[in-house]
Write a protein that binds this ligand. Structure first.
Ligand SMILES: [Zn+2]
Length: 303
Protein backbone atom coordinates (compact mmCIF):
# COMPACT_ATOMS: atom_id res chain seq x y z
CA UNK A 1 0.00 0.00 0.00
CA UNK A 2 2.99 2.30 -0.39
CA UNK A 3 1.76 5.54 -1.87
CA UNK A 4 3.39 8.90 -2.45
CA UNK A 5 2.39 11.55 0.03
CA UNK A 6 -0.57 13.49 -1.30
CA UNK A 7 -1.53 15.16 1.92
CA UNK A 8 -2.45 18.77 1.45
CA UNK A 9 -0.56 20.48 4.24
CA UNK A 10 -2.08 23.85 3.36
CA UNK A 11 -5.59 22.52 3.77
CA UNK A 12 -4.68 20.66 6.95
CA UNK A 13 -3.54 23.91 8.54
CA UNK A 14 -6.27 25.96 6.89
CA UNK A 15 -3.82 28.30 5.16
CA UNK A 16 -2.92 29.24 1.59
CA UNK A 17 0.45 29.54 -0.11
CA UNK A 18 0.25 33.27 0.53
CA UNK A 19 -0.29 33.07 4.28
CA UNK A 20 2.44 34.86 6.22
CA UNK A 21 4.85 32.99 8.43
CA UNK A 22 3.38 34.59 11.55
CA UNK A 23 -0.18 33.61 10.61
CA UNK A 24 0.97 30.10 9.75
CA UNK A 25 2.43 29.78 13.21
CA UNK A 26 -0.71 31.16 14.78
CA UNK A 27 -2.91 28.73 12.88
CA UNK A 28 -0.68 25.82 13.81
CA UNK A 29 -0.77 26.74 17.50
CA UNK A 30 -4.55 26.92 17.46
CA UNK A 31 -4.92 23.48 15.89
CA UNK A 32 -2.17 21.88 17.94
CA UNK A 33 -3.85 23.08 21.10
CA UNK A 34 -7.22 21.81 19.94
CA UNK A 35 -6.01 18.34 19.04
CA UNK A 36 -3.27 17.85 21.58
CA UNK A 37 -3.63 14.35 23.09
CA UNK A 38 -3.59 15.85 26.60
CA UNK A 39 -6.72 17.88 25.94
CA UNK A 40 -8.48 14.98 24.20
CA UNK A 41 -8.18 12.44 27.01
CA UNK A 42 -5.70 10.36 25.04
CA UNK A 43 -8.00 9.86 22.04
CA UNK A 44 -6.15 7.97 19.34
CA UNK A 45 -7.84 9.93 16.56
CA UNK A 46 -6.81 13.18 18.20
CA UNK A 47 -3.28 11.89 18.47
CA UNK A 48 -3.25 10.97 14.77
CA UNK A 49 -4.56 14.38 13.78
CA UNK A 50 -2.12 16.09 16.10
CA UNK A 51 0.74 14.24 14.41
CA UNK A 52 -0.47 15.22 10.96
CA UNK A 53 -0.87 18.86 11.99
CA UNK A 54 2.66 18.84 13.41
CA UNK A 55 3.98 17.19 10.27
CA UNK A 56 2.27 19.83 8.11
CA UNK A 57 3.73 22.67 10.14
CA UNK A 58 7.18 21.16 10.15
CA UNK A 59 7.20 21.15 6.36
CA UNK A 60 5.48 24.48 5.68
CA UNK A 61 7.49 26.42 8.26
CA UNK A 62 10.80 25.26 6.81
CA UNK A 63 11.66 27.04 3.57
CA UNK A 64 13.72 24.19 2.18
CA UNK A 65 11.22 21.44 3.01
CA UNK A 66 8.36 23.58 1.75
CA UNK A 67 9.99 24.13 -1.60
CA UNK A 68 10.52 20.40 -2.07
CA UNK A 69 6.96 19.74 -1.00
CA UNK A 70 5.52 22.32 -3.40
CA UNK A 71 7.50 20.81 -6.24
CA UNK A 72 6.29 17.29 -5.42
CA UNK A 73 2.70 18.50 -5.25
CA UNK A 74 2.84 20.19 -8.61
CA UNK A 75 3.88 16.85 -10.13
CA UNK A 76 1.12 15.03 -8.40
CA UNK A 77 -1.51 17.50 -9.56
CA UNK A 78 -1.02 16.24 -13.07
CA UNK A 79 -1.92 12.73 -12.03
CA UNK A 80 -5.61 11.84 -12.24
CA UNK A 81 -7.43 12.20 -8.95
CA UNK A 82 -10.59 10.57 -7.84
CA UNK A 83 -13.67 12.74 -7.94
CA UNK A 84 -14.77 14.68 -4.88
CA UNK A 85 -17.83 13.78 -2.93
CA UNK A 86 -17.55 12.65 0.66
CA UNK A 87 -19.21 9.39 1.59
CA UNK A 88 -21.23 9.41 4.75
CA UNK A 89 -18.70 8.22 7.29
CA UNK A 90 -20.94 9.00 10.20
CA UNK A 91 -22.90 5.82 9.59
CA UNK A 92 -20.61 2.98 10.48
CA UNK A 93 -22.10 -0.40 11.19
CA UNK A 94 -22.57 -0.20 14.92
CA UNK A 95 -23.74 -2.26 17.81
CA UNK A 96 -24.97 -1.19 21.20
CA UNK A 97 -23.46 2.23 20.80
CA UNK A 98 -22.82 3.99 24.04
CA UNK A 99 -20.39 2.25 26.31
CA UNK A 100 -18.67 4.63 28.68
CA UNK A 101 -14.93 4.80 28.16
CA UNK A 102 -14.88 3.93 24.51
CA UNK A 103 -16.85 6.64 22.77
CA UNK A 104 -14.20 8.21 20.65
CA UNK A 105 -16.40 8.83 17.68
CA UNK A 106 -17.68 12.16 18.94
CA UNK A 107 -14.29 13.44 17.95
CA UNK A 108 -15.05 13.41 14.24
CA UNK A 109 -17.61 16.19 14.51
CA UNK A 110 -15.56 19.31 15.20
CA UNK A 111 -13.04 18.46 12.52
CA UNK A 112 -15.75 17.90 9.94
CA UNK A 113 -17.22 21.30 10.74
CA UNK A 114 -14.03 23.25 10.17
CA UNK A 115 -14.59 25.94 7.53
CA UNK A 116 -11.80 24.40 5.47
CA UNK A 117 -12.88 21.03 4.08
CA UNK A 118 -11.01 18.03 5.46
CA UNK A 119 -8.41 16.74 3.08
CA UNK A 120 -9.81 13.48 1.64
CA UNK A 121 -6.26 12.16 1.41
CA UNK A 122 -5.63 12.55 5.10
CA UNK A 123 -5.05 9.28 6.97
CA UNK A 124 -8.09 8.53 9.09
CA UNK A 125 -8.42 5.94 11.84
CA UNK A 126 -10.99 3.20 11.32
CA UNK A 127 -14.15 3.08 13.38
CA UNK A 128 -14.26 1.52 16.81
CA UNK A 129 -17.03 -1.08 16.90
CA UNK A 130 -19.08 -2.13 19.88
CA UNK A 131 -21.24 -5.21 19.96
CA UNK A 132 -22.61 -7.76 22.38
CA UNK A 133 -21.45 -11.36 22.35
CA UNK A 134 -23.63 -14.18 23.70
CA UNK A 135 -21.49 -16.51 25.79
CA UNK A 136 -22.74 -19.88 27.09
CA UNK A 137 -22.39 -20.03 30.87
CA UNK A 138 -19.82 -22.88 30.89
CA UNK A 139 -17.60 -20.95 28.45
CA UNK A 140 -17.79 -17.79 30.58
CA UNK A 141 -16.99 -19.84 33.67
CA UNK A 142 -14.03 -21.75 32.28
CA UNK A 143 -12.95 -19.72 29.24
CA UNK A 144 -12.88 -20.80 25.62
CA UNK A 145 -13.05 -19.59 22.05
CA UNK A 146 -16.18 -18.48 20.23
CA UNK A 147 -16.34 -17.73 16.51
CA UNK A 148 -17.86 -14.24 16.37
CA UNK A 149 -19.37 -12.89 13.20
CA UNK A 150 -19.72 -9.14 12.61
CA UNK A 151 -19.65 -6.51 9.89
CA UNK A 152 -16.95 -3.93 9.47
CA UNK A 153 -15.27 -1.75 6.87
CA UNK A 154 -12.44 -3.53 5.11
CA UNK A 155 -10.18 -2.39 2.31
CA UNK A 156 -11.82 -2.61 -1.11
CA UNK A 157 -9.96 -5.34 -2.98
CA UNK A 158 -11.25 -4.26 -6.38
CA UNK A 159 -9.29 -0.98 -6.30
CA UNK A 160 -6.77 -2.07 -3.67
CA UNK A 161 -8.02 0.63 -1.37
CA UNK A 162 -7.35 3.54 -3.73
CA UNK A 163 -11.01 4.30 -4.49
CA UNK A 164 -10.16 4.64 -8.16
CA UNK A 165 -9.89 2.45 -11.22
CA UNK A 166 -7.81 4.22 -13.79
CA UNK A 167 -9.27 7.71 -13.89
CA UNK A 168 -12.72 6.61 -12.72
CA UNK A 169 -14.20 6.14 -9.34
CA UNK A 170 -14.12 2.50 -8.21
CA UNK A 171 -17.56 1.01 -8.90
CA UNK A 172 -17.37 -1.49 -6.06
CA UNK A 173 -16.66 0.93 -3.20
CA UNK A 174 -17.84 4.09 -4.99
CA UNK A 175 -14.57 5.81 -4.16
CA UNK A 176 -14.84 5.14 -0.43
CA UNK A 177 -11.77 2.87 -0.54
CA UNK A 178 -13.55 0.62 1.91
CA UNK A 179 -16.49 -1.77 1.76
CA UNK A 180 -18.62 -3.37 4.46
CA UNK A 181 -17.80 -7.02 4.84
CA UNK A 182 -18.97 -9.75 7.17
CA UNK A 183 -15.99 -11.20 9.04
CA UNK A 184 -15.53 -13.92 11.63
CA UNK A 185 -13.11 -13.56 14.50
CA UNK A 186 -12.20 -16.36 16.90
CA UNK A 187 -12.94 -14.53 20.11
CA UNK A 188 -11.07 -15.70 23.18
CA UNK A 189 -13.26 -15.65 26.27
CA UNK A 190 -11.10 -15.37 29.39
CA UNK A 191 -11.90 -17.94 32.11
CA UNK A 192 -14.25 -16.58 34.76
CA UNK A 193 -15.26 -13.46 32.81
CA UNK A 194 -18.18 -11.63 34.43
CA UNK A 195 -21.49 -10.91 32.73
CA UNK A 196 -21.48 -7.43 31.09
CA UNK A 197 -17.69 -7.30 31.03
CA UNK A 198 -16.30 -5.55 27.94
CA UNK A 199 -13.51 -7.29 26.07
CA UNK A 200 -11.27 -5.21 23.79
CA UNK A 201 -9.80 -6.57 20.58
CA UNK A 202 -7.16 -4.19 19.34
CA UNK A 203 -7.22 -3.32 15.62
CA UNK A 204 -10.18 -5.63 14.91
CA UNK A 205 -12.49 -2.67 14.24
CA UNK A 206 -13.02 -0.92 10.91
CA UNK A 207 -10.12 -0.41 8.52
CA UNK A 208 -8.64 3.09 8.38
CA UNK A 209 -8.41 5.20 5.24
CA UNK A 210 -5.28 6.48 3.50
CA UNK A 211 -3.08 4.30 5.66
CA UNK A 212 -4.72 5.33 8.93
CA UNK A 213 -4.79 2.67 11.66
CA UNK A 214 -7.79 0.35 12.09
CA UNK A 215 -10.20 0.90 14.96
CA UNK A 216 -10.78 -1.43 17.89
CA UNK A 217 -13.51 -3.97 18.51
CA UNK A 218 -15.26 -3.95 21.87
CA UNK A 219 -17.42 -6.91 22.82
CA UNK A 220 -19.68 -6.83 25.81
CA UNK A 221 -20.12 -10.28 27.32
CA UNK A 222 -23.73 -11.46 27.73
CA UNK A 223 -23.68 -14.70 29.67
CA UNK A 224 -26.56 -16.87 28.47
CA UNK A 225 -28.90 -18.39 31.06
CA UNK A 226 -28.21 -22.11 31.42
CA UNK A 227 -30.95 -24.73 31.89
CA UNK A 228 -29.07 -26.43 34.74
CA UNK A 229 -26.45 -24.11 36.15
CA UNK A 230 -26.72 -20.81 37.93
CA UNK A 231 -23.67 -18.76 38.73
CA UNK A 232 -23.33 -16.87 41.99
CA UNK A 233 -19.99 -15.09 41.98
CA UNK A 234 -17.52 -17.92 41.47
CA UNK A 235 -19.75 -20.75 42.57
CA UNK A 236 -22.03 -22.70 40.29
CA UNK A 237 -25.35 -23.85 41.68
CA UNK A 238 -26.80 -27.01 40.18
CA UNK A 239 -30.23 -28.10 41.32
CA UNK A 240 -30.67 -31.86 41.06
CA UNK A 241 -33.93 -33.73 41.54
CA UNK A 242 -33.51 -37.14 43.15
CA UNK A 243 -35.99 -39.89 43.90
CA UNK A 244 -37.56 -40.15 47.33
CA UNK A 245 -35.91 -43.57 47.69
CA UNK A 246 -32.41 -42.21 47.01
CA UNK A 247 -33.04 -39.34 49.41
CA UNK A 248 -34.07 -41.75 52.11
CA UNK A 249 -31.55 -44.52 51.63
CA UNK A 250 -28.63 -42.61 50.16
CA UNK A 251 -26.42 -43.85 47.33
CA UNK A 252 -24.24 -42.74 44.46
CA UNK A 253 -25.43 -40.36 41.75
CA UNK A 254 -23.86 -39.06 38.59
CA UNK A 255 -24.21 -35.30 38.18
CA UNK A 256 -23.25 -32.91 35.42
CA UNK A 257 -20.36 -30.50 36.02
CA UNK A 258 -19.26 -27.50 33.94
CA UNK A 259 -17.02 -29.65 31.81
CA UNK A 260 -18.20 -33.22 32.26
CA UNK A 261 -19.76 -35.40 34.93
CA UNK A 262 -18.82 -36.60 38.38
CA UNK A 263 -20.22 -39.14 40.83
CA UNK A 264 -21.35 -37.96 44.22
CA UNK A 265 -22.57 -39.75 47.32
CA UNK A 266 -26.06 -38.79 48.42
CA UNK A 267 -26.32 -39.16 52.18
CA UNK A 268 -29.10 -41.06 53.91
CA UNK A 269 -32.12 -38.99 54.84
CA UNK A 270 -31.29 -36.10 52.57
CA UNK A 271 -33.86 -33.31 52.82
CA UNK A 272 -35.20 -30.92 50.19
CA UNK A 273 -32.88 -27.94 49.79
CA UNK A 274 -29.82 -29.63 51.28
CA UNK A 275 -26.55 -28.84 49.54
CA UNK A 276 -23.41 -30.70 48.69
CA UNK A 277 -20.33 -28.69 47.83
CA UNK A 278 -17.81 -30.02 45.31
CA UNK A 279 -14.63 -28.00 45.80
CA UNK A 280 -12.86 -26.51 42.79
CA UNK A 281 -15.53 -27.39 40.23
CA UNK A 282 -17.00 -23.89 39.98
CA UNK A 283 -16.12 -20.88 37.81
CA UNK A 284 -12.53 -19.72 37.33
CA UNK A 285 -11.17 -17.02 39.63
CA UNK A 286 -8.42 -14.55 38.70
CA UNK A 287 -8.55 -15.54 35.04
CA UNK A 288 -8.04 -19.20 35.83
CA UNK A 289 -5.59 -19.36 38.73
CA UNK A 290 -8.22 -20.82 41.05
CA UNK A 291 -11.78 -22.06 40.81
CA UNK A 292 -14.92 -21.64 42.88
CA UNK A 293 -17.12 -24.56 43.91
CA UNK A 294 -19.96 -26.50 42.39
CA UNK A 295 -22.89 -26.64 44.76
CA UNK A 296 -25.39 -29.45 44.25
CA UNK A 297 -28.78 -28.52 45.68
CA UNK A 298 -31.23 -31.37 46.15
CA UNK A 299 -34.85 -31.48 45.10
CA UNK A 300 -36.81 -34.59 45.93
CA UNK A 301 -39.40 -36.11 43.64
CA UNK A 302 -42.93 -36.29 45.02
CA UNK A 303 -44.03 -39.91 45.47
ZN1 LIG B 1 -12.89 0.15 -4.54
Amino acid sequence: MAQPTTRNYYKILGVTQKTSKADLKKKYRELAKKYHPDTNSGSKQAEDKFKIISEAYEVLSNAKKRKAYDRERSYQKRAPRRPKGQPNWNNPPSGFGKDPGSNQQGYEEPFAQEPEPVDPDMPTSGFDLQFMVDVPLPVAALGGTIPYNYEKYVRCEECEGTGTQGSDECLVCQGKQLIVRSVTLDVKIPPGVADQYTLAFIKEGGEGRNGGPPGELFLKVCVQPHPKFKRIKNDIIHEVTISAKLAEEGGSLEVETLNGTTTIQVEEETLVGEELRILGEGAAINWGKKRGDLIIKFNIEEE
